[in-house]
Design a protein around this ligand. Structure first.
Ligand SMILES: Nc1nc2c(ncn2[C@@H]2O[C@H](COP(=O)(O)OP(=O)(O)OP(=O)(O)O)[C@@H](O)[C@H]2O)c(=O)[nH]1
Ligand SMILES: [Mg+2]
Length: 523
């Protein structure tokens, strides 16, 4: 590439089907690590915005200007009227052209007014809101280009609409989220470039008209709705310098002709006139701000490292996923409805068997659970929610699971209030001790000394277990050991009661001979 003709280089590759991003590290390194520029502070001029709005076309005029400056000479940088426009790939038609992020392979060196040399990189980006990209894909491209550029040109068509500002807010917030430790405004220059401006009688073409138009659009007034104020404050808090330029329509030939190849003769003179103000203004060495991150200037070599770090963040799963407005709203609706339904269930159950309430029979508890669960589900179902039935079914299932979990906790809590369950372990241990003691006495009496000794040992062990259990309950220490003693006692009790239950059943069966066994529970 260093030897061949300069051209656009893909630096961020997008797999549209898989919605994944990859950094073409080698290609980026071969541009940014060229000997003559790698240690120069870098200025990155990027153009971003919706697809099919003439972004690449505009960048190609910037290229013309930079090559003209580099070569010196000709009187008019706009060039020959018969010369087709080349550079970043642009074309007519309704389908998207640019994908991912591309930068021009040639990095220009420009001398700033103080004599300092800076490296100028031009960046073209994939148009947002095409039919294959999700909100997250568009936000990622926009955020990456904003984070790595020092001049972000937000390319808009005809006007600055509120939804343009909202998208900008969402995308820049997505960028800000990925940058840790931001002490100042995270981004530098933002230029609203309004294409096909049709109201020059209200605000004249160019920078001056643009600035007064922008002032009006970004004004924050006290009586405005909070949502409208927030968008404006957010933009001001993200960029240290915000400008606006109103560009006229380039003429029907440019907009509608399939044979138009960028020749100046086919472009409206108004448009060309304004280009001659706009491009020298954007690329004026005095206006070219070096890329700064956290207050320190970034060199070309540094930019490569930032690219690597930022792409990793967007490839990871740490960041929240920006969603479409409807999806985000529908999720919020459903979550809120589920939360208030859960509250209904919880508060009602608390009334019945909460902290201070006495022990309740498990049957009644289950009955109440079913009643309040239905109440909560009915509340969830009748709350108006966006997103449709199928969408809310997922949240309803989650709600049901959460209610079941709550019920389990209520059951445990209720069970712990049962006096018998509190004394179950010591009662079992004590019964065991008494039984073993009697057994030891009896076996000793009939002369089975060894067996009697064995029973005595077991009595000793159970006594130790009882004392340990008492100490654990009193001190709250060694709770695992306490739990083990409890479950041991529970096991013994369960075995004993099931044996007792079986033998009772057998006795009943024997008593009622001839009749089929009754279908009764053991207890
Ligand atoms: N109406 C209008 N059309 C323009 C303007 N500038 C360029 N075009 C036309 O818009 C079409 C798209 O130009 P591109 O530069 O490829 O647009 P893009 O925004 O880069 O498109 P993607 O790469 O797909 O996002 C071409 O037919 C251009 O001739 C303009 O200012 N106004
Ligand atoms: Mg393009």
């Amino acid at each position: 590439m260093e030897t061949g003709k300069p051209g656009p280089v893909q630096v961020v590759l997008v797999q549209k089907d898989q919605h994944s991003f990859e950094l073409e590290e080698k290609a980026l390194a071969s541009i940014l690590l060229q000997d003559h520029i790698r240690d120069l502070d870098v200025v990155v001029v990027s153009v971003a915005g919706a697809f099919r709005k003439g972004k690449s076309f505009f960048l190609d005029f910037m290229l013309r200007y930079l090559y003209f400056q580099k070569e010196g000479g000709r009187s008019n940088w706009l060039g020959d009227s018969e010369e087709p426009l080349t550079g970043f790939s642009w074309r007519g038609g309704s389908d998207p052209e640019t994908t991912g992020i591309q930068i021009w392979s040639e990095v220009f060196t420009v001398e700033k007014p103080g004599g300092k040399k800076v490296a100028v990189v031009l960046m073209d980006t994939q148009g947002a809101f095409d039919s294959q990209s999700t909100v997250k894909d568009c936000a990622t491209i926009f955020a990456l280009s904003t984070m790595t550029s020092s001049v972000q040109i937000y390319n808009l068509s005809q006007n600055i609409q509120e939804d343009d500002l909202q998208q900008l807010q969402l995308f820049t917030e997505y960028g800000r989220l990925a940058m840790d430790e931001i002490f100042q405004k995270p981004f530098q220059t933002l230029m609203f470039l309004v294409r096909d401006w049709s109201f020059p009688y209200e605000y004249s073409y160019g920078l001056q008209g643009g600035m007064s138009f922008l002032d009006k659009r970004l004004q924050v007034k006290e009586h405005q709705h909070e949502e409208i104020q927030n968008v404006r404050n957010h933009i001001h808090s993200c960029f240290s310098n915000v400008t606006c330029f109103l560009l006229p329509h380039p003429g029907l030939q440019v907009a509608t002709s399939p044979d138009f190849d960028g020749k100046l003769k086919d472009i409206a003179s108004e448009f060309k006139e304004q280009l001659q103000t706009l491009i020298p203004f954007v690329l004026n060495p005095a206006n070219l701000m070096e890329k700064e991150i956290n207050g320190s200037k970034v060199t070309c070599r540094g930019l490569l490292e930032y690219f690597k770090a930022y792409i990793k963040i967007y490839q990871g799963e740490d960041l929240p996923h920006p969603k479409s407005m409807l999806q985000a709203t529908a999720e919020a609706n459903n979550l809120a409805a589920a939360a208030s339904a859960k509250d209904i269930y919880y508060n009602n159950m608390e009334e019945v068997c909460g902290g201070e309430k006495p022990y309740l029979s498990p049957d009644i508890l289950e009955e109440k659970h079913c009643e309040f669960r239905q109440l909560a589900l009915d509340h969830f179902k009748k709350t108006k929610k966006m997103g449709g039935k199928d969408f809310s079914l997922r949240y309803q299932q989650e709600l049901e699971e959460e209610i079941n979990e709550l019920y389990e906790n209520f059951c445990k809590h209720n069970g712990s209030k049962n006096v018998f369950s509190t004394f179950r372990t010591p009662a079992v241990l004590f019964t065991g001790i008494v039984a073993l003691y009697i057994a030891s006495g009896l076996t000793g009496f009939v002369g089975l000394e060894v067996v009697a000794q064995l029973f005595n040992c077991m009595v000793g062990l159970l006594l130790i277990a009882l004392l340990t259990w008492g100490y654990i309950r009193y001190s709250g220490q060694y709770r695992e050991l306490g739990g083990a003693i409890d479950s041991g006692a529970a096991y013994v009790l369960e075995q004993a009661t099931s044996h007792m239950g079986n033998s009772t059943q057998a006795a009943v069966r024997e008593a009622v001979v001839g009749r089929p066994p009754a279908d009764k529970k053991a207890q």
